[in-house]
Design a protein around this ligand. Structure first.
Ligand SMILES: [Zn+2]
Length: 312
């Protein structure tokens, strides 16, 4: 009997569950994460939505051959514990067992950015020797592929570039440090910067929007609003500083920028690339890291969860 894949991508705000056939997503369902309502409540809803996804495709859990799930935190692959997740408030949660028991199949639990990096790498049929995906969302995530394998560190907690300080004594991050890259370069940070800037500018185009999110910020910039264009310029400086740290450390062949706002990369990435090029330590090298927008958006997290074990 044919077996399918199940890929679950848990974000700080929403969770996507996808049914896959090899690298193809056949169908998907999304729901609000709302982790504030408790972990058992979340797991119950995950089970309900997964069952709905399967049943509307005429399938049951026994039709799933491999299942994986990404969470925005440190996942110990030996124990299945989410040891720490600053944006979910998780400390040592036995999440792999909770999810596997609820769904009735073994679920490979992993860091969400690691799985998205694997998905982007597999979907792009990449053969790059070193590839890094940096995701800009509620936080800043990162997955590192070296020599075609995901890099793990000694404790599966590698790649937390979001918690590298870029401003000593800067904004207090919920991880306990100050000046973390994610407090300046996440999509959430960009929206906060735009909201702060509009307060002293009644003429700012952003006042016309009932909901201020990443899309509204980029729409306002595209409409020519100078206040928001300045915010984006400041944001590209902050984003480039963190990327420069990553490049100066690892000099990867390629960095892809993912997360929802990468859909509007045309409005910020060229400026980031210029700023990186001007300051990178390898400025005189014939070869330098290619920085590009992620191609596969949210699909990467789902496909990486369903198929990422190929890069272990
Ligand atoms: Zn932090």
């Amino acid at each position: 009997m044919k077996k399918y894949g199940l890929g679950i991508d848990m974000g700080g705000t929403h969770t996507a569950v996808g049914l896959t056939d090899d690298l193809r997503i056949l169908d998907r369902i999304e729901f609000a994460t709302k982790i504030g309502e408790g972990i058992p409540n979340y797991v119950d809803r995950l089970k309900e939505y997964t069952e709905e996804l399967l049943s509307r495709n005429g399938l049951g859990i026994s039709d799933i051959g491999s299942a994986g799930m990404g969470v925005p935190g440190n996942v110990n692959l030996e124990t299945g514990m989410v040891e720490y997740a600053n944006n979910l408030g998780f400390n040592n949660v036995p999440f792999r067992d909770m999810v596997s028991n609820a769904l009735g199949i073994p679920v490979n639990l992993d860091n969400d950015a690691n799985l998205a990096a694997m998905g982007e790498y597999l979907l792009g049929k990449s053969s790059k020797s070193s590839f890094i995906l940096v995701t800009l969302g509620t936080g800043v995530g990162c997955g590192i592929i070296l020599n075609g394998k995901i890099y793990r560190g000694i404790n599966f907690a590698e790649g937390e570039v979001g918690h590298m300080t870029i401003k000593y004594d800067g904004i207090t991050c919920n991880c306990g440090r100050k000046g973390c890259f994610e407090a300046y370069a996440s999509a959430k940070a960009l929206v906060k910067m735009a909201c702060d800037a509009m307060q002293s500018h009644p003429e700012c185009a952003l006042w016309k929007y009932s909901t201020i999110n990443g899309k509204a910020v980029f729409d306002a910039a595209e409409s020519g609003d100078e206040i928001i264009k300045n915010v984006i310029s400041e944001y590209t400086t902050l984003l480039s500083e963190g990327l420069l740290n990553v490049i100066n450390l690892l000099q990867p062949q390629e960095i892809a920028i993912g997360g929802g706002i990468s859909a509007r990369a045309d409005l910020f990435l060229p400026e980031v690339i210029d700023k990186v090029r001007a300051k990178v330590y390898s400025r005189n090298s014939a070869k330098n890291t290619v920085i590009r927008a992620a191609e596969f958006g949210n699909d990467a997290g789902i496909v990486g969860a369903a198929c990422g074990d190929r890069l272990h």
